[in-house]
Write a protein that binds this ligand. Sequence first.
Ligand SMILES: Nc1nc2c(c(=O)[nH]1)N[C@H]1C(S)=C(S)[C@@H](COP(=O)(O)O)O[C@H]1N2
Ligand SMILES: [Mo]
Length: 518
Amino acid sequence: MTSTRVQSPSTAAARVPAPWPAVAGIVAAVAGLVVGALVARILSATSPLVAIGNRVVDLSPQPVKEWAIATFGTADKTVLLVGSVVVVLGFAALIGVLAARRFPWGGLAVIALSLVAFAAAAVEGSVAAVVAVLAQTAVGLWTLRWLLRPADPGGAAGEMIITHHPAGFDRRSFLRRSGLLVAGTAVAGLLISVLPEPVAERARQVLRLPAPTDPAAPMPAGLDVPGITPQVIDNDSFYRIDTALVVPDVDPGDWRLSITGLVDTPLSFSFDDLLARGLVERRITLTCVSNEVGGDLVGNATWLGVPIRELLAAAGVQPGADAVKSTSTDGWTAGTPLEAMTDDRDALLAVGMNGQPLPLEHGFPARLVVPGLYGYVSATKWVTELEVTRFADFSAYWTDRGWSERGPIKTQSRIDVPADSQIPAGRTWIAGVAWAQHTGIDVVEVRIDDGPWQVAELAVEDTIDTWRQWRLAWQAEPGEHTVTVRATDRSGYTQIEEVVGVVPDGATGYPRRNFRVV
Ligand SMILES: Nc1nc2c(c(=O)[nH]1)N[C@H]1C(S)=C(S)[C@@H](COP(=O)(O)O)O[C@H]1N2
Ligand SMILES: [Mo]
């Protein structure tokens, strides 16, 4: 065999002869791309190569797009993808040659190309897509290094100039390593083909929800206090609690909600069936039973959806039922008192959140929102079935794990302002929110140190299903101070001081904060 040895002054000898550096580059690139695509598929993100393709499409001038469609027709996407692969493999071969001479240069070239992929993935706005690029880059670099390393493990470790192996290139060892990588890549490719394609995010981006046929009443202005919790929390800041390691990827085109169990006529609705019924818009505050006193597992949003009582009425609830067991695509279940879904409160099958389709993490394409109940017994995300049943006949996900069967929300309050625990002396606001969903907040009282309870000012009530802002002016004197709060709801119940943990049915105790006034 004649080995083409490229001699250069800086490298005593590049011992990997042609064409193997180019082969190494291509094998490493394919391994990286496939692992990147696999990670993306597992995380339901766009794969790095497709993200780049999407940017090429976005950035192509309209005439180019038209030309591509005219020339390749519906095959235009395939042509683009195949074209990108050819370009990437060309670069990969060049990088292999470069890396065989001086590994750091090759490595830098890989990183430079990865930056393009990072930028393309970042535009998708998903952390998962960026993670996929990271995986792709790491695998590409590592495999390239492994393929090009000298056969003798005693070779230069850090410096990847292949100079310390007098025998030069061991072709059999190289081919063995390449073979292993190709096999590994094939397995990863096989995995991709058996994992379902992520569709939800794309479907969500093109989805246009109809305007509500029954809009929420205009929201009264909140209290004017710098830093107070806003009345409505944006989707990006809204707390998220669920058991899903990977966010379920549900295609609204395939999604159905079935109503089963103790009903006259079992029903099944498609997503379009629901939209066609007309949607109501309501502001409802959601709370997690795991919210500690003073915690932030609570949020208020504007939901758009169908009243569940209408869907249940259409199916005809039979006598004897007292519960609705809801199930999600990922097998999570909640048990809700039937009454909370049939009485006049607006228990919703929600499809919209704050003017947008539900975010994937908040249950796309549809979830339940029931005023007055903790999320674990009512707020099923990615919901697909409502079974009308009896509490005696089933148990739900969290009740199987020691939490109460019933989960009415406990009246609570929280001190949000001042945000810092050290504040300057002088006049300041003490402010926050209080909630007692479907009962309403009537009074919030504040106690400074051991002083008397002082009645705080309340924001105009939006609805009894939403939290209510409160504030009290405070002339803060230097020293250490403790501020305590308690809310009284419209049933006349006042928050109790007794400290109870979140298990099994929600925490009690006064929210309390210490401030150092300087
Ligand atoms: N499918 C599913 N739905 C779920 C959960 C879950 O683990 N899986 N958690 C519930 C709990 S405990 C709460 S508090 C709310 C939280 O909803 P959010 O993440 O939209 O704030 O979702 C509920 N719905
Ligand atoms: Mo929760």
